[in-house]
Design a protein around this ligand. Structure first.
Ligand code: NAD
Length: 379
């Protein structure tokens, strides 16, 4: 299979997630980075391209230039997909322009800085017929997929309660904002959107809930707060209701001192409770009333895992896989489907437009609920 030629927007010198995308695409093995507009500053874009190893004549000064010049190349040379790894306010314009120029898109979460901008991306995808995948990282982990298989099979009964938390501490001090490129735009509503932590990591938590349960969050009652001097939330908690009748709680905070990247989820069904934690991603605990607690391990020789899940693990059993491989699973699944492969039976392997629009509605409803004094708001 010919690798998919892609161009990246964002991800230049000093950026965070662009490098993760490039590594993930390289691990996936079915992608080839051939072009990029890596920064809003043309000189920095060119310097970044040289460092990354992209040809100088395909390292562009702006994303608009990339789309125009790549479109003019022969079909068997030009990029096929655009990977968008810019701050949230810079998602919609390049995503819509890329699809209108005939390119498919892989884009990081949240889909956009506002529900309106996200809807404009969705409309463009419908209008142009282009495909779009969103990188909700945590759905790429083997045991998260296994959890989804178990819960959605119904073998544990219905989902009664979900408890999900995503807590970090990297914005817990006023000084954390000084000279920090990643912090600077995340606390600025013009670039992040009206939500802070709830948009940045709360969407991951909400997406994980919906992914594992196979249900949607239908209403939410949220209280979002922030440290003095900040303009958007850096901490918050919510009650939510699920489409299947279950209930849940969600915490998203970037000021919980001592927590590094503590995404953890518990899904309680009629007959079992299932627990997974991102900082220990290769084990999953399942508790019962009438039999001993089980610890499930990731690993390609754990024959109790589903065949599709065994197939997406790369290291010899007992050698832990993690963040980069989970991300690579998303790239691989999207790439394989772009080349005409069939989607896995249970889910496509990446967040779809419907999944990510649900995340944007989660953000909007959380903000409205909190603004109204923590009342229930429907999504
Ligand atoms: N999936 C995940 O787990 C995950 C993790 C981190 C960030 N993200 C998302 O990834 C996106 C980027 O976050 P980050 O932390 O990497 O930000 P960052 O600030 O580290 O990097 C953003 C990059 O975009 C570039 N950029 C900005 N405007 C541009 C433009 N007009 N043209 C070209 N490049 C431009 C910047 O120069 C920089 O290189 C955000 O939407 C964020 O929510 C997702």
């Amino acid at each position: 299979m010919q690798p998919i030629r892609y161009g990246m927007i964002g991800g230049g010198q000093g950026a965070f997630i662009g490098g993760v995308h490039r590594t993930a695409a390289a691990i996936a093995g079915n992608w080839s980075l051939v072009a990029g507009a890596f920064s809003s500053t043309p000189e920095k874009s060119r310097a970044s391209g040289a460092e990354i190893g992209v040809a100088s004549d395909r390292t562009y000064g702006s994303w608009a230039e990339m789309l125009e010049r790549e479109s003019a190349l022969p079909a068997d040379q030009r990029i096929e997909v655009v990977s968008i790894v810019t701050p949230n306010h810079m998602h919609a314009a390049p995503a819509i322009a890329a699809m209108e120029a005939g390119f498919d898109v892989i884009i990081d979460k949240p889909l956009a800085h506002s529900l309106e901008a996200a809807q404009a991306i969705a409309d463009a995808a419908t209008r142009t017929g282009r495909r779009i995948a969103v990188t909700h990282t945590y759905t790429g982990y083997p045991l998260v997929k296994q959890a989804r298989d178990l819960v959605t099979s119904g073998k544990f009964g219905k989902v009664r309660r979900v408890a999900v938390k995503y807590t970090q501490d990297w914005l817990s001090r006023a000084a954390d904002l000084e000279g920090n490129k990643q912090a600077a735009w995340r606390v600025d509503p013009a670039q992040s959107g009206d939500a802070g932590a709830f948009g940045d990591i709360g969407t991951h938590a909400a997406n994980l809930v919906e992914f594992i349960t196979g249900e949607r969050i239908t209403s939410i009652c949220a209280e979002l707060t922030m440290l003095p001097g900040r303009r958007i939330d850096d901490d918050g908690a919510a009650l939510f209701r699920l489409s299947g009748g279950g209930k849940g709680t969600l915490t998203a905070s970037q000021v919980c001192v001592g927590d590094i990247n503590d995404l953890a989820i518990s899904v309680y069904c009629d007959e079992a409770g299932l627990h997974w934690r991102q900082e220990e991603p290769n084990t999953m605990r399942i508790g019962y009333r009438d039999k001993p607690t089980e610890i499930w391990h990731a690993g390609a020789n754990r024959a109790y895992l589903s065949p599709e899940i065994l197939a997406i693990q790369r290291t010899p059993s007992g050698h832990p896989e993690g963040y980069l491989e989970a991300f690579a699973n998303i790239y691989h699944a999207f790439g394989a489907q772009l080349r005409g492969g069939a989607a896995p039976a249970s889910e496509p392997g990446y967040a779809t437009m419907a999944d990510t629009l649900a995340g944007m509605k989660f953000i909007a409803a959380s903000l409205e609920s909190s603004r109204l004094g923590a009342v229930w708001v429907n999504l």
